[in-house]
Design a protein around this ligand. Structure first.
Ligand SMILES: [Zn+2]
Length: 283
């Protein structure tokens, strides 16, 4: 990335989580292969310290610790863990999460007050409607505070009951200033989510896994939508899904480079857009 005049990257979508949760996630990916024929070998199955070190070696200046509950009663505990992780790993942005449950607005407020700068929501794993009334005060609070939420709401790699553009579009209609960062470029509903970003100036998308050989085989990005991608260059953020990726980290960067959208676009996506969003020093 040096050749593009970048000193480093900001990756808004990386996973650090309590050890036993991460082991379960890895076990899931190990089982995916035999189940679906889609092999998903985890490239960076390393100890936590080593995983942090690897990101630094790749030139990542700031990253996140995307945690997400699959059921009620987990989010508060995950948030405590993520706060501790950000405190001991200063290049990790303080991350938090939530679930539609009693008390959600309370612990989300506490997380924001204690310095969380980004949230993660996973509509497919959590299997909830983002329009659940229990989340109404959460969206209101996060819109008001201007805290971004990286949200897996597209229907890839497998659709859920509430994935796809419609459920989240209904939330945006009520909270138009919500700073949603649509994970995986909204894969496979790329065009619909790009459309939401066109319509709502605070909606962004992260590149996580998109445009890689792996994703192009499963859900190719339509070449016809490349112009929109260029237009929205200030709303696209680098994300990777490290360490749970079935290829080496630099492949995500190559995948962005070969889109041919130019050096300015790459600088914005790989650093400047996230730096502006999180108030980090400019390059
Ligand atoms: Zn992820």
């Amino acid at each position: 990335m040096e050749r593009y005049g970048l000193q480093g990257l900001v990756d808004v979508h990386t996973h650090f989580m309590p050890e036993r949760v991460l082991r379960k996630v890895w076990a899931y990916f190990d089982a995916v292969g035999p189940m679906t024929g889609l092999e998903w070998p985890i490239t960076y199955r390393e100890e936590e310290d080593r995983r942090v070190e690897l990101l630094r070696e790749f030139g990542v200046l700031r990253f996140t610790s995307m945690v997400y509950p699959h059921k009620a009663g987990m989010a508060r505990w995950l948030n405590e863990w993520a706060a501790g992780f950000a405190a001991r790993v200063p290049d990790c942005l303080h991350t938090a999460t939530f679930f539609p449950e009693e008390g959600a607005a309370g612990y989300v407020r506490e997380a924001v007050e204690s310095g969380a700068v980004v949230f993660k929501a996973h509509v497919q794993v959590g299997a909830y409607d983002p329009g659940d009334p229990l989340l109404e005060p959460v969206w209101g609070l996060l819109a008001e505070a201007g805290v971004p939420i990286v949200i897996h709401c597209g229907s890839g790699p497998a659709p859920g009951k509430h994935t796809g553009p419609e459920p989240i579009a209904r939330v945006l209609a009520r909270h138009p200033r919500l700073r949603l960062v649509v994970a995986h470029m909204g894969m496979p509903e790329y065009g619909d989510f790009l459309g939401l970003a066109e319509r709502y100036p605070e909606v962004r998308l992260d590149t996580t896994m998109a445009f890689t050989d792996f994703a192009e085989k499963l859900a190719p990005f339509p070449p016809g939508e490349r112009a929109q991608l260029r237009e929205l260059g200030d709303r696209v953020l680098l994300g990777s899904d490290f360490p749970n990726i079935p290829y080496v980290y630099p492949h995500q960067l190559e995948a962005l480079e070969r889109l041919g959208l130019g050096a300015e676009w790459l600088r914005a996506v790989c650093h400047d857009n996230a730096a502006a969003l999180f108030g980090l020093p400019p390059r």
